[in-house]
Design a protein around this ligand. Structure first.
Ligand code: HSE
Length: 307
């Protein structure tokens, strides 16, 4: 059995407009790399972090916390070293903490001969995710670990549904270089919502799931609307309405906040439209003085993988 593994842990988009805390999908072109190594010395040690300034103490690092949760329960007769090569900026809204939390448990599981299934890996990764967002949710973790589109049916006990990915669906993202902490963008949300908004939202979730199952792009387009969360959170994201209107004119099926922001995602049918949408995002933000990055990505149906 191998003693060392190098992995790609992908970025993800949570919520997917209408599915706050339950829906997510996995990106292909953006992600972190991690090396997980078995050691004779017992315990979990983070030995290298490149890209961003994050804590080395396992108990204070999301990758360390998820690794410790799994390690303490399995109690293997070895320890693990973790190296993190971070490409996903923390606080970007594309699952930075999830990529780290998922990567350590995925790597350890591979090195131990895969004693755990993907749901159990997601369960341990949630412990790390909770360190970053102060609440255990799996809508970024599930797509990172399972790939494609996922729906978290239950957080406790954890139940993840894998949804199909229409083959011509592409994501476009813009990441304005401002930081929004998940805990802060959760704090501004209302505790109660009007019944009519709830009805609209769950009709959209059901329609989106049906649209994914039937590759019905028109239905996907109609369903990609968030009447519950977006009205509150969009105030944290400069030029959100401009971006949304411009990318819809450019042909996107839908556009919404990625996770808790500040990134904004759009879904399009076909790579050509996704690239036009990228240009449209570019046009809006290049008039501002905020630095930004844009990406076009196929939906990653594999999820986290060994390199
Ligand atoms: N569902 C979460 C939120 C994702 O929107 O707060 C961010 O981690």
């Amino acid at each position: 059995m191998k003693n060392e593994i190098k992995i790609f842990s992908p970025a993800t988009v949570a919520n997917v407009a209408c599915g706050f805390d339950v829906l997510g999908f996995c990106l292909d072109t953006i992600g972190d790399e991690m090396v997980i190594r078995k050691t004779e010395e017992k315990g979990i040690r983070i030995t290298k972090i490149e890209g961003y300034d994050l804590p080395y103490e396992a108990e204070e690092n999301v990758a360390g916390v998820s690794a410790l949760a799994m390690y303490n329960e399995l109690n293997p007769d070895c320890g693990f070293e973790i190296e993190i090569y971070k490409n996903i900026k923390p606080g970007s809204g594309i699952g930075s903490s999830s990529a780290s939390a998922a990567g350590s448990v995925y790597g350890m599981n591979e090195l131990l001969g895969r004693p755990l299934d993907k749901t159990k890996l997601t369960f341990y990764a949630m412990k790390g995710e909770a360190l970053a967002s102060q609440c255990e949710h799996a809508d970024n973790l599930a797509p990172a670990i399972f790939g494609g589109f996922t729906l978290v049916k239950n957080a406790c006990p954890l139940q993840v549904l894998e949804l199909p990915t229409p083959s011509d669906l592409y994501a476009t993202l813009i990441h304005p270089q401002i930081e929004i902490k998940t805990s802060e963008s959760r704090a501004i949300l209302p505790k109660e919502i009007p019944l009519q908004n709830a009805i609209t939202q769950w009709a959209n979730v059901g329609s989106l799931v049906h649209g994914l199952h039937t590759s019905d792009y028109k239905l996907i387009k109609d369903a990609l609307n968030d009447v519950v969360i977006e009205p509150y959170r969009k105030q944290l994201i400069p030029h959100f309405d401009d971006v949304k209107n411009t990318v819809l004119e450019a042909g996107a099926l839908g556009c919404a906040i990625s996770g808790s922001g500040p990134s904004i995602f759009a879904l399009s049918k076909g790579e050509n439209t996704a690239k036009k949408v990228e240009q449209a995002m570019h046009n809006v933000y290049s008039k501002s003085n905020i630095h930004f990055e844009t990406y076009v990505s196929k939906i990653n149906t594999q999820g986290i993988k060994t390199l």
